[in-house]
Design a protein around this ligand. Structure first.
Ligand code: CAA
Ligand code: NAD
Length: 309
């Protein structure tokens, strides 16, 4: 009997702890990453407010989420189309949109930022939200390359600030890098790990070092592919094909650069080059600079290294 009672108490305690877990999430930035993270979050029963600068972008984000959900459902509910439609409606009900980041943050357990890869802009955003969000709210950035410590320095909640780095396309990619700075509390880190698992992702622990794990390896590889092409040592088509057929990568480096966004790739490499100008792995590329100056950001603008319909 005592054993049963102890079990009941343990179960209640566990569910109380679970209840204290992250349930309501504000995601700032409704671009390819923010929309994808919103989808993954809403699909797992969390309440999400997706924030961007204007309604037109948010309409596009919502349309993108619905389109992506349809692709997921086509496979997941192949034999039950009605259940699939119900799932989409249920998920979409969990997502609302807003242009008022402060108002959304007031009601959130987690504020996750996925805006442009620019330190000053991210700091400005978090500094404002620090005043609006409740004490318990955890802040996280999806930055690809900036130090979480530098972004967090614009707030007074260094212990409740970490990195949550998702991968593109979020609905398909299982990994989340969870970044613990020297100031992130163990409680915050545990909450971010638990949240990643609740999304059905596989979290790995990262230190707050440039590019964490994946981008520290992936970005120099993609830049090296551009340099190989710039030297005239291979066409982009051949380099892409070589890496797909010879190394088993799902996309070649130029396809992946276009997929990630050339603007984002340039923000990353420019930042690292400024930090370590003598590191040849971090050197910039005239070809990348030219494409970005021409507004060719890759798939999202219809042209990058390749053209898209
Ligand atoms: N939403 C939902 N489902 C999707 C999807 C999306 N956005 N993208 C692909 N899928 C699913 C669909 O079921 C799709 O089938 P349908 O086309 O019939 O809907 C299926 O995957 C197959 O997709 P594709 O035919 O388009 O192509 P694919 O088999 O090559 O898979 C891919 C697409 C998953 C993107 C794969 O090419 C891949 O893994 N590419 C590498 C991606 C990668 O490396 N990402 C990391 C980038 S780096 C980063 O994110 C970090 C950073 O900070 C920059
Ligand atoms: P994106 O250009 O597709 O989207 C960025 C969105 O942020 C835009 O919709 C923009 O309007 C919005 N935005 C900009 N400033 C804002 C502000 N102050 N308030 C609200 N919204 C604002 O970019 P993305 O590819 O989604 O990347 C977003 C972040 O995620 C970047 O930090 C990037 O480095 C990181 N990231 C990108 C990838 C990738 O593959 N693209 C992967 C992982 C992480």
């Amino acid at each position: 009997m005592a054993f049963v009672t102890r079990q009941i108490i343990r179960t209640l305690t566990t569910s109380a702890t679970r209840n204290a877990a992250i349930k309501t999430v504000t995601i700032i930035g409704g671009g390819q990453m923010g929309a994808g993270i919103a989808q993954a979050t809403a699909s797992t029963g969390h309440t999400v407010v997706l924030v961007d600068t204007n309604e037109d972008i948010l309409k596009k984000s919502a349309k993108g989420i619905e389109g992506s959900l349809k692709r997921v459902v086509k496979k997941k509910f192949a034999d039950k189309p009605e259940a699939g439609e119900e799932f989409i409606q249920k998920v979409m009900k969990n997502v609302s949109t807003s242009t008022d980041a402060a108002a959304a943050a007031q009601k959130s357990d987690l504020v996750l930022e996925a805006i442009v890869e620019n330190l000053k802009i991210k700091q400005g955003l978090f500094s404002a939200l620090d005043k609006a969000a409740p004490q318990h709210t955890i802040f996280a950035s999806n930055t690809s390359s900036l130090p979480i410590t530098d972004i967090a320095s614009s707030t007074t909640r260094l212990d409740r600030f970490g990195g949550l780095h998702f991968f593109n396309p979020v609905p398909m990619m299982k990994l989340v890098e969870v970044i613990k700075t020297d100031s992130t509390s163990q409680e915050t880190f545990d909450a971010l790990m638990a949240f990643s698992k609740a999304l059905g992702k596989h979290p790995v622990t990262c230190k707050d070092t440039p590019g964490f794990i994946v981008n520290r390896l992936l970005v120099p590889y993609m830049m090296e592919a551009i340099r190989l092409h710039e030297r005239g040592h291979g066409s982009k088509e051949d380099i892409d094909m070589a890496m797909k057929l010879g190394a088993g990568y799902p996309m070649g480096p130029f396809e992946l650069l276009d997929y990630v966004g050339l603007d984002t790739a340039k923000f990353i490499i420019d930042g690292w080059c400024a930090m370590e100008p003598n590191n040849p792995l971090f050197s910039t590329s005239p070809m990348l600079n030219k494409l970005v100056a021409e507004g060719k950001f890759g798939k999202k603008t219809g042209e990058g290294f390749y053209k898209y319909k």
